[in-house]
Each structure stands twice: as structure tokens, then as C-alpha cells.
Design a binder for this molecule. Structure first.
Ligand SMILES: Nc1ncnc2c1ncn2[C@@H]1O[C@H](COP(=O)(O)OP(=O)(O)OP(=O)(O)O)[C@@H](O)[C@H]1O
Ligand SMILES: [Mg+2]
Length: 224
């Protein structure tokens, strides 16, 4: 069953009077429960593509369908609500809140949704243990390594059990063994929770370990 349909999506940036065409007629279907890697050169448009797929950024033309519904036909408030309910993001920069501990950062989306506190913290702690940070729950982002912060961001992205996880180089700052551990976790949550996931990575070995592989080049997405 198709969960996400991207149809003829174009996206350009305009800067200093110049137009940069990043996505040029991208069309693609992603099935419910698929685990997909996305590779491509730096500047190819991988982050841009994830932002459009995650409704953070509207395309210049084309449509994105979720479960058959055209998401950019909704108004801004509806899109934001849909995004919060459906999407988990791991950004290239971790965007953790510096004043809060790892545990508080992971629990935050659930607390904002007014989930019951002890349940939210309990699941946040469980996720931090899954990413190998059971001993770091009381650290603030400034007291974590870059790779640890990225793992906290992954735990935070999962705390609401999103239908879709969009991860932008979640293993970019990690040594190979820890990176493989994160990819194993992605495979586990994909299988156990049925989360549909698109994972951008520069690591070809890890990309190849995903059941479906995509490549972005020349503004187009193709099977890799
Ligand atoms: N806000 C912006 N304004 C103008 N140009 C932009 C903007 N954001 C991105 N770009 C340009 O669009 C292109 C695609 O950027 P994007 O961040 O999607 O690449 P990427 O594939 O994620 O690269 P990387 O692997 O380095 O993260 C790049 O050439 C970039 O310079
Ligand atoms: Mg990027």
C-alpha cells in the first residue's frame, strides 16, 4: 500500500538574482512500512527533498500525497497539525534545546502534546537506552558529544511513534560501529513499529543495507 506519493515536484531557490533548480520533476511512491535510504552528492538536494516530503517546505509545483490526500492542499494550521501527528524528523543539525537534559529533550514532543508525564518520561528513557545513552539521560546537549546529541535527536523523533521518520544523516557524526548500531535501530523501529522511514546517508555501505535505495542526482530521484 502506498503511503507517500510525490508527483512532479519542482523546487528552486532564488538567491542574488540567480535561480538554483534543486528538484526537477521528482515523482516517486513510498509504501507503508518501507525503509528507504537516499544518497547523493553534497548539494544534490537531499535535505530539500526531505523538507518537502515532511511538509516543512512547499514545492514550487507538484504534489505530495499522504494516504491519498494532497498535503499542500491543507491550510497552514492543518499542515502543521498533520506534520506534528505524522512526521518525526532528525535534522542534519540536531536542534536540541540547550537548557534541557537529554531525557527532557526526548520527552518534550510528548509533553507538548499533553501526554501523561510519567509515561512520556518512561518511553523517553527507554528510547535513550535503545540508542545507547542510558547513562547520559541527565546530560544537557552541551555536555554530549556530537554523535550522542544526534542519537538524542533520533530518540526525540521517535517518541510520538510517528507514521513517517525522515532522518537527515543521522549517523553523520558517528564512528562506523555506532553508526551501524543506529541503522540497526532504524531497521528495528521500522519492523517493530511499522514506521516508514527515509534515511539520508553519505555512507554507501549503510545505504546498501536498507531494503530500498534511492539516489538524488541532477534534480531527479532514481532507484539506486
Ligand atoms: N535557503 C536556500 N537558499 C538558496 N539556496 C539554497 C538554500 N538551501 C539550499 N540551497 C542550495 O540548494 C542546493 C541543495 O541543498 P540541500 O541542502 O538540499 O543539499 P544536500 O543534498 O542536502 O547536501 P548535503 O549532503 O551537503 O547536506 C545546494 O546547492 C544549496 O546551496
Ligand atoms: Mg543536506
Amino acid at each position: 500500500m502506498t503511503l507517500l506519493s510525490i508527483r512532479n515536484v519542482f523546487k528552486s531557490y532564488f538567491l542574488h538574482g540567480k535561480r538554483i533548480d534543486v528538484l526537477r520533476a521528482v515523482s516517486l511512491d513510498i509504501g507503508k512500512g518501507e525503509l528507504v535510504s537516499l544518497v547523493g552528492a553534497s548539494g544534490a538536494g537531499k535535505s530539500t527533498f526531505l523538507h518537502v516530503l515532511g511538509t516543512l517546505d512547499a514545492p514550487a509545483a507538484g504534489e505530495v500525497f499522504f494516504d491519498g490526500r494532497s498535503v499542500f492542499d491543507m491550510n497552514d494550521a492543518e499542515i502543521a497539525e498533520f506534520r506534528n501527528r505524522t512526521m518525526g524528523f532528525v535534522f542534519q543539525s540536531h536542534y536540541l534545546l540547550p537548557e534541557f537534559t537529554a531525557l527532557e529533550n526526548v520527552a518534550m514532543p510528548a509533553l507538548i502534546q499533553r501526554r501523561e508525564r510519567s509515561g512520556a518520561y518512561g518511553y523517553a528513557r527507554e528510547l535513550l537506552e535503545r540508542v545507547g545513552l542510558g547513562q547520559r539521560v541527565d546530560h544537557r546537549p552541551g555536555e554530549l558529544s556530537g554523535g550522542e546529541a544526534q542519537r538524542v535527536a533520533l530518540a526525540r523523533a521517535l517518541v510520538l511513534k510517528p507514521a513517517v521518520l525522515l532522518a537527515d544523516e543521522p549517523t553523520g557524526n558517528l564512528d562506523p560501529a555506532t553508526g551501524e548500531g543506529i541503522h540497526q535501530l532504524l531497521r528495528d523501529v521500522n519492523r517493530e513499529l511499522g514506521i516508514t522511514a527515509v534515511v539520508v546517508t553519505h555512507n554507501e555501505t549503510l545505504a546498501r543495507s536498507m531494503p530500498r535505495r534511492l539516489r538524488l542526482a541532477g534534480g531527479q530521484v532514481s532507484e539506486a
